[in-house]
Design a protein around this ligand. Sequence first.
Ligand code: ADP
Length: 281
Amino acid sequence: MATTHEQFWVRKPGKFDLADMPTKPEADLEREAVETMTEQLGKEMEELLDLLFFAGKHGFLIVLQGMDTAGKDGTIRHMLRFTHAQSVRVASFKVPTPQELAHDFLWRCHDKTPGKGETVIFNRSHYEDVGVVRVHNLVDESVWKKRFDHINAFENLLVDSNTIVLKVFLHISKEEQEERLLEREQDAEDAWKLSVNDWKERRYWKEYQEAYSDAIGKCASQDAPWLVVPGDKKWFRNYIVTQAVVETLKPYREEWMESLKQVGKEAKKELERFRIAAPQK
Ligand code: ADP
């Protein structure tokens, strides 16, 4: 399916380098106009997510990855504005617990995948197991190298089980990260987000970019594509992510509407049968 911002999508496995992707919006875009479009797309997204929920035929998994401060939390907050609590969940993946470590790396993720009708946003994901784990040598190279195949098999299984998979990498520049980290120090309200660990991890910027480039290139497919979003401007990031969700779900719209119509027809017939069998007093 061709989309409006096809240049940000990676839909085929192959050599991929994040350095070739922009972190900033096109220069001639006006923030206000973009924000208006985002609001419209948000309403469309809300309608599509409702249809997905009521039709109950597909699950929807959004995987969110990015460097520290890339905007995972902000993106989730933005998306939740257009969703209903009954159909959407966020699953956050932190340093694995001893119990999680005692299992294969996909175990904790598989458990959190969406059932039919549900939308789940993964805040970090199984890609940490070829990201931070690789950068810090938490397992041998021979172990993490095999994980790309495991991830592809896992995502194929989800797709074959009617899960729509969209993977989003929030791509920020190293300079933007520094600015955001410094801002946190100055802003009393944001100080709680301060972590010395973010500064420590920043020293591994190149290694992380390499690890994520590799993961995106090895685990991109038509059915489980990556969207590499220019993340330096939050308003553009929100626009691109919302547009991607709408364009991912739109092809299912007719099918979901049709299925709901059928359910309605069946319900009406059943009611008629009930009334004939037991006329109202
Ligand atoms: P966040 O940064 O997502 O807001 P935290 O500050 O709690 O939340 O960070 C979560 C940490 O857990 C990150 O440093 C991340 O790299 C780490 N993490 C997630 N998954 C794994 C994993 N499989 N192995 C090791 N560390 C992980």
